[in-house]
Write a protein of this length. Structure first.
Length: 521
């Protein structure tokens, strides 16, 4: 006989864990089904030879969401402020306050002295968006507040709500892709590249420019980012919830209100929350005689996932103190001022032969921007004494790696990329690092697809390049994002709302749980 649950959550990234945590608090019999061996999704820390590496996000922005959620659930988690730096060639700036924007723009002016006027205009645009974000995330999100006294309601929440409505409208108008928007202020494409090339392709302007404010809001859990998922998992289990790992779903029977696992087990649900890849939901759900279902199914099938990354994990025979002045705990670093726009696309690279693709990748890795994270600077216990683990990532096209893999050169490609990245850093930021590397691990977009089951190895849901977004993308309508055309099925997570990220995943997870609470009888 199949087991019955009030609610089943499929997927245990932070969205799924948030949903399950609140469902347990609300008193519902809850089951979480996770295809991987562990929970957390892209919030994960793994160990190798005594070094801790964050396999997904390198730190997280609170945004008035993460810490209020933890407080509401009574979860204690020790964190450190995660200082971000931005480096270009031999210059860098630490972002310590909003005044750091002036220092960042001064760095750009030093590199591009002929564009000082353009840079000042761009600075004012960034400052304007930072003002919007200060209002949007200016207080703890009321979604995670159970009790409010009258004074808080009238003196804090209501005034904030009116400012929120005004600023969200202003921010929503800035939905033009960031590259074309900055093109209004400067014709220097290399300058634009230095500002934006670590963002996803066609990132909306308000989302990209808001990061100069959000970087100041980054935190890092002691023990690694994966501690956040571990704490949430412990809460669910201690609150009566059940979690099944290595429990991939093979079929969703919306008519019978049941799911089937790849093992053949059947589980019945009153409500289902899908916190995994949205494409998979529509692939596995039995056909429904609903035009809305068929429309969304077709849209999800034809749309593509967002950008993916190539990551090199290095064990280095040098103390973390050595890296504090060079990159700090968290840096976005560009070694070349040529910019990626100086290159043609890999699809247009000569004859698209393996050799041409390797040469294109070599040029790309010399011009791209790297996100460099050093866990041991935040927490010395995350690496052996006198040694350091480095995480070095860059955006990379899934289709390129897929093409090389199909040609049988995947392993050689990973070795090639690893050595090239080390070489770039050897001649720029980390002189002498080649002789200090103890080991290296390379993860590609194919790795992310294999480990997280996200289409195209996407790390933030749907691509901004889709002509029609398969998810809600209006902040004013975010409460509608969790609805699906499938009866008694809700959704949450990075595929649910765009632009996404950890705070949005947590919000949609809570909204989905609240919908279940509202409608489950």
């Amino acid at each position: 006989m199949k087991k019955e649950y009030d609610a089943i959550v499929v997927g245990s990234g932070l969205a799924g864990l948030t949903s399950a945590a609140y469902l347990c608090r609300y008193g519902f019999r809850t089951l979480v089904c996770e295809k991987r061996k562990k929970t957390g999704g892209l919030v994960d820390t793994f160990w190798h030879q005594g070094f801790a590496f964050d396999g997904g996000i390198r730190a997280f922005e609170n945004s008035g969401i993460v810490f209020p959620m933890l407080k509401d659930l009574g979860i204690d988690m020790e964190c450190k402020q995660n200082q971000v730096s931005i480096g270009i060639a031999d210059r860098s700036v630490k972002l310590t306050s909003q005044d750091s924007l002036d220092n960042y723009m001064s760095m750009l002016t030093t590199i591009f002295p002929d564009n000082e006027g353009d840079i000042n205009q761009i600075k004012e645009e960034i400052r304007k968006v930072m003002g919007y974000m200060d209002v949007l995330y200016g207080i703890d999100n009321p979604l995670f507040m159970r009790k409010m006294d009258l004074q808080y309601l009238t003196k804090t929440l209501l005034p904030w709500f009116f400012r929120y409505q005004l600023n969200i409208r202003k921010a929503s108008r800035l939905d033009e892709p960031i590259q074309s928007y900055l093109g209004r202020f400067t014709k220097n494409i290399a300058l634009i590249d230095m500002i934006i090339q670590h963002f996803f392709k066609d990132t909306p302007t308000f989302f990209a420019l808001s990061y100069f404010s959000l970087y100041l809001d980054y935190s890092y859990p002691i023990g690694g980012t994966g501690v956040l998922a571990e704490k949430m998992t412990e809460y669910i289990l201690s609150s009566g919830g059940e979690i099944l790992t290595e429990a991939g779903v093979s079929h969703v029977d919306a008519k019978e209100h049941q799911i089937q696992l790849e093992s053949g087990e059947l589980f019945g649900y009153g409500k289902l929350i899908w916190a995994a890849n949205q494409k998979t939901l529509y692939n596995l759900t039995n056909s429904l005689s609903s035009s809305n279902f068929e429309k969304q199914q077709a849209l999800a099938k034809q749309s593509i996932g967002g950008d993916s990354i190539l990551t090199v994990f290095l064990g280095v025979n040098k103390s973390s103190i050595h890296f504090e002045d060079r990159c700090g705990a968290h840096m976005f670093y560009t070694s070349s001022t040529k910019g990626l726009s100086s290159m043609i696309g890999w699809e247009d690279s000569a004859n698209d032969s393996k050799g041409d693709l390797f040469r294109w990748t070599e040029d790309y890795l010399e011009r791209t921007t790297y996100e460099i994270s050093c866990p041991a600077i935040r927490d010395r216990t995350l690496a052996p004494e006198g040694k350091t683990g480095l995480i070095i990532s860059t955006l990379l096209d899934y289709s390129l790696v897929k093409r090389i893999s199909e040609a049988g050169d995947y392993e050689r490609f990973k070795e090639f990329c690893t050595q090239k990245i080390i070489n770039v850093l050897e001649h720029s930021l980390f002189h002498g690092i080649q002789e200090l590397v103890l080991f290296s691990i390379c993860a590609t977009p194919l790795t992310i697809e294999k480990e997280t089951f996200n289409s195209e190895g996407a790390i933030t849901g749907w691509s901004f390049t889709n002509k029609i977004m398969p998810s809600e993308n209006r902040f004013k309508k975010i409460t509608n994002a969790v609805q699906t055309p499938i009866p008694d099925v809700y959704q949450c997570g990075q595929w649910t709302f765009s632009p996404s990220g950890l705070p949005v995943s947590i919000i949609t997870g809570k909204l989905a749980a609240d919908q279940v609470k509202k409608n489950l009888k």
